[in-house]
Ligand binder design. Structure first.
Ligand code: HEC
Ligand code: HEC
Length: 468
């Protein structure tokens, strides 16, 4: 009798629980829908650059160049050394290792330098995924910039004075960017032609391809009779590499499905996180979308949010190991320690996070964005497992950024669960393709593909030593 009664009670209780649970899911959906409607979100970022198919001949040529060590001064590095599709379009390291790797073909967390060489790349390698959607600038400090305005149309690069048009930049930000890693000493150039100007180095690298790459360029530029002088130029190299990168469009996210009406595409936790993400701090939200705006999740502006400054930096500040970001480009004091707001699409797979790669978990970077001062104060250096990163100036450097005017106030109203819900939401911004070797295979050359000079880098996984 007693047990029947308690069963009945349990039944009634569970009925009423599921009823409230259902109600609250509906209210959560309503609340979130009203936010996303207000913000006119569609889940589909818009691009002003071309988005070629990876199957197009130009992107195929670009892929081979992206994977070729022939473009590095000492034949030991390729773009893919730091931007592999299986590593989120990055390298899984806090700070990259370019030239002088112990084994140049090992990519990921076990990539290491030959003994005696220090880590010299000062910033984390961002993902190349969806790079075509940036309209204003590339690099953490925006030093490749669209300067189209009433008087000039063009692209600024570090080869010219600030806000001047670099006539050799090429057609898009992505092409303009691709001309710089090959002349960066720590990334790809090494000791090659150390006294020469950037453009001389680029021409010399192009010259190397003239023997063996003619057929590849003829195919890539659909010009069967083209001659090597006309086809194999530093401009065409960056143009083709850009096509490969611009084909890396990974925007088919659960979040987009949700916006298109599939309420089951994301979890209740993620929906709660999304509400916080899109609600201002005044209204008890996390205020993320004030900077991570729109369908590409960025305002493409520069902000000082005091990510812990690890590594050797850019030679700034009292310690000479700090990095003042955008101010080094604009020379304006108010831009000190500002960095470009990055997209958050696929952010789950693009760690470590922040311009210095200081955060090695998505939850930790999210906590920083919610309460930066608290996060910097409690920063756990042991999360950086990568060897040989300079850590001893971190506190002092980061304090300089905070003192220069950090732009986010700690939000103390959010609970642990709130933070976890925001992380759940961030994970709905992952296109499942970026987690699947099979789906990514069009962006990775096959061992059987023609390798014109035998210099193609086939990345080996840090963990298994197998091909990535
Ligand atoms: C040694 C590692 C390394 C190599 C090799 C390398 N990169 Fe990068 N890449 C980086 C780092 C670090 C940054 C960020 C630098 C900065 O912002 O100052 C970057 C930035 C970029 C960006 C801009 C991303 C953004 O969000 O603005 C693109 C695009 C890119 N690299 C493409 C390439 C291409 C193309 C090549 C080959 C020609 C290449 N990279 C070679 C490390 C590397
Ligand atoms: C004031 C503008 C601003 C606000 C508000 C803001 N962010 Fe950011 N966010 C940035 C900037 C700028 C960076 C890059 C900083 C750097 O690398 O030094 C960044 C970086 C990130 C990164 C790392 C991305 C990567 O690829 O390394 C994540 C994740 C992130 N933000 C999430 C959030 C979340 C979640 C919120 C809300 C709790 C938020 N942000 C609020 C400007 C902002």
């Amino acid at each position: 009798m007693k047990s029947t009664f308690s069963l009945l009670l349990l039944f009634i209780l569970s009925l009423s629980f599921s009823a409230t649970a259902k109600d609250s899911v509906d209210t959560i959906d309503q609340k979130l829908k009203s936010l996303t409607t207000q913000l006119k979100l569609t889940g589909i970022p818009q691009s002003t650059s071309p988005l070629p198919s990876i199957e197009s001949p130009l992107a195929q040529l670009g892929m081979k160049l992206f994977y070729s060590k022939a473009l590095s001064g000492e034949y030991d590095t390729a773009c893919v050394s730091c931007h592999h599709p299986m590593l989120g379009g990055g390298d899984n390291l806090s700070l990259p290792i370019g030239v002088r790797a112990k084994n140049p073909d090992v990519l990921g967390t076990k990539r290491s330098l030959k003994s005696g060489y220090p880590i010299e790349v000062p910033r984390n390698a961002p993902s190349t995924f969806n790079i075509a959607f940036y309209k204003k600038s590339l690099f953490h400090d925006g030093r490749i910039q669209n300067i189209s305005n009433k008087t000039i149309t063009g692209i600024y690069t570090p080869d010219v004075d600030y806000q001047k048009d670099d006539l050799l930049a090429g057609e898009t930000l992505v092409q303009a960017q691709a001309r710089f890693p090959i002349v960066s000493i720590a990334e790809m150039r090494g000791g090659f032609m150390s006294k020469a100007h950037n453009q001389t180095v680029r021409r010399a690298l192009a010259e190397r391809l003239k023997d063996k790459w003619l057929n590849e360029f003829r195919k890539g530029f659909s010009n069967v009779k083209g001659d090597r002088e006309e086809l194999i130029t530093e401009q065409n190299i960056s143009y083709a590499i850009a096509a490969y990168e611009q084909s890396q469009v990974f925007i088919n996210t659960p979040w987009r499905k949700y916006l298109q009406g599939d309420n089951k595409a994301i979890s209740t936790e993620a929906k709660k996180g999304a509400i916080l993400f899109f609600t201002s701090d005044k209204n008890k939200g996390a205020n993320c979308s004030s900077c991570h705006q729109g369908d590409f999740f960025t305002d493409e502006s520069f902000h000082n949010i005091a990510i812990p400054q690890i590594g050797i930096g850019k030679g700034a500040g009292k310690s000479k190991t700090n990095d003042i970001g955008y101010a080094a480009v604009t020379k304006k004091p108010e831009d000190k320690f500002r960095f470009r707001t990055p997209t958050l699409l696929n952010v789950e797979v693009t760690g470590p996070w922040g311009h210095s790669g200081a955060y090695t978990s998505l939850e930790a970077i999210t906590r920083h964005m919610v309460s930066p001062l608290k996060s910097v104060k409690n920063f756990d250096l042991s999360q950086i497992s990568q060897k040989n990163i300079k850590l001893d100036d971190m506190k002092r450097n980061t304090q300089e950024a905070i003192d220069a005017g950090i732009e986010i106030d700690d939000i103390n109203t959010l609970s642990n669960d709130d933070v976890k819900n925001i992380v759940s939401f961030l994970k709905t911004l992952t296109d499942p393709c970026v987690k699947s070797r099979a789906c990514l295979s069009p962006w990775i050359p096959k061992k059987t593909d023609n390798d014109p000079d035998g210099l193609m880098l086939h990345g080996l996984s840090s963990g298994s030593g197998k091909l990535l």
